[in-house]
Each structure stands twice: as structure tokens, then as C-alpha cells.
Design a protein around this ligand. Structure first.
Ligand code: 6GU
Length: 225
């Protein structure tokens, strides 16, 4: 999978790709991530990227021309399955979206800044808009890193244990059950007997029960989906 990220702040984005699972995916050749500094496509000698919004109001808006130049250069090189815009005014990222994106070949992720991008960018180029939650970040860069992490770990071959992605929280709309490791007793706090029993069908049943209880308590909305 190839991901092209268009951003005004590539330095804000690099580090998550240099560690842990995303690094492993890139090292294994399962994911390829390229950063494109929007500034390189800016207008005039000042490399201008943004301007005031028509109609008045606070905040600068990213102009269409630099973004168009960058996207069209990439599109001339290959076909993209999705051109995603990270923005708080969109549907929230969930596991189903991550699953489906992990099967794509080439995607572009555009990250906004300031007051966002000119609506015509969204109308002309964007095929999917994603928010990571109901709160506002300064820019879409960290959101893009989060999207990439959620997607890249799902690419077949990235996780060592093929099972583990399937048993993640949310994979079946349930939160994960509690987990324990050694010691079996700590300051009087005991690991539930069932987990030490060796009775795997019963353990599985207990885990399902706990997952359901937790979901009911913390995220009942997931059970209605
Ligand atoms: Cl994708 N961008 C920004 N700027 N803020 C957000 C977001 C994205 N998702 C949640 N808040």
C-alpha cells in the first residue's frame, strides 16, 4: 500500500512512522509513505498557500491552486483509490473504515490547517472525509498519523500474530475484556480463577461476557450499531 500525505507541516508527522508497527510495515515493504510539503506548490515567490475567506470571518483558508497542483502531479503518476481529507467536520473514523482502507493500493491524505481548505478542493478532488473525533485539533497532521496507524497495522503481514488484529477492541463492536499477567496475586488482588484454569472454552466464554459487560457500561452506543 502506498500513502501520499500532503501537508503544510511534514516535520510534525514524520516521527510516528519511524517507530513500532508503522516502521515495521515500511521496513517490510508492506507500506510506503511519502510526504509532500504543500509549501513546495505555493504561489509566487512567497510560496503563498492561504488567504482570507470570502464573506469575512476569522481564519485563513488554504487555496485551491497549490493543492490542485500537488494532487494532479500525483495523479499523473498513478491512480488513487481514495483522496482523503482530514477534517473535524466529517464522519468519525471507526474500525470498519480502517479495515476497508487497509485493502486499498494507493491513497492520498490531505491534511488541513488554519480554517480548512477552499470548499472547491473538497468538491473536485476529495473522495472521503474523515474526522478522528468530536474535538478540534490545530491541524489534521496528528489526525493523519492516527489514521495511518489504524490502517497500516491491518495490512496483511504487518502484525506478527495474524490473530491479534481480529481480537482488537471494536473489531466486533465490543471493547476488549480485561487482561492479566504475572504475578497471579499482587497485594491481595487476585487474577480471576477462570484465567488460571486451563479451561479454554470457559475462558473464551468469560472473555466474551466481560467484553459485553464493559461495552454495556462504557460504550452502550456500540451495541446499538
Ligand atoms: Cl481530522 N482535523 C482537525 N483539525 N481536528 C480534528 C480532526 C481532524 N478530527 C478531530 N478533530
Amino acid at each position: 500500500m502506498r500513502i501520499d500525505i500532503i501537508t503544510v507541516a511534514p516535520e510534525l508527522l514524520r516521527s510516528p512512522f519511524e517507530h513500532s508497527m508503522m516502521k515495521r510495515a515500511i521496513d517490510k515493504g508492506l507500506a510506503e509513505v511519502h510526504f509532500h510539503n504543500l509549501r513546495d506548490y505555493g504561489i509566487g515567490s512567497y510560496k503563498k498557500l492561504d488567504d482570507m475567506q470570502f464573506g469575512g470571518g476569522a481564519g485563513m483558508v488554504l487555496m485551491i491552486e497549490p493543492i490542485a497542483k500537488c494532487i494532479e502531479k500525483l495523479q499523473a503518476e498513478r491512480t488513487y483509490d481514495e483522496i482523503i481529507y482530514m477534517t473535524p467536520d466529517a464522519k468519525t473514523l471507526n474500525q470498519a473504515t480502517a479495515n476497508s482502507l487497509s485493502l486499498k493500493e494507493n491513497i492520498i491524505i490531505l491534511t488541513g490547517h488554519y480554517k480548512g481548505v477552499d470548499q472547491r478542493v473538497r468538491d473536485k478532488y476529495i473522495t472521503k472525509e474523515i474526522s478522528i473525533g468530536d474535538y478540534v485539533l490545530t491541524g489534521g497532521e496528528l489526525a493523519a498519523a492516527i489514521l495511518c496507524d489504524a490502517v497500516i497495522r491491518l495490512i496483511p503481514g504487518v502484525l506478527g500474530d495474524e490473530q491479534s488484529a481480529l481480537t482488537d477492541s471494536f473489531q466486533d463492536n465490543l471493547l476488549s475484556p480485561p487482561v492479566y499477567t504475572r504475578p497471579s496475586e499482587y497485594e491481595g488482588m487476585k487474577v480471576p480463577d477462570i484465567l488460571l484454569s486451563g479451561n479454554f472454552p470457559k475462558i473464551e466464554e468469560w472473555r466474551n461476557e466481560k467484553a459485553y459487560e464493559r461495552t454495556q457500561l462504557i460504550r452502550p452506543d456500540l451495541l446499538n450499531d
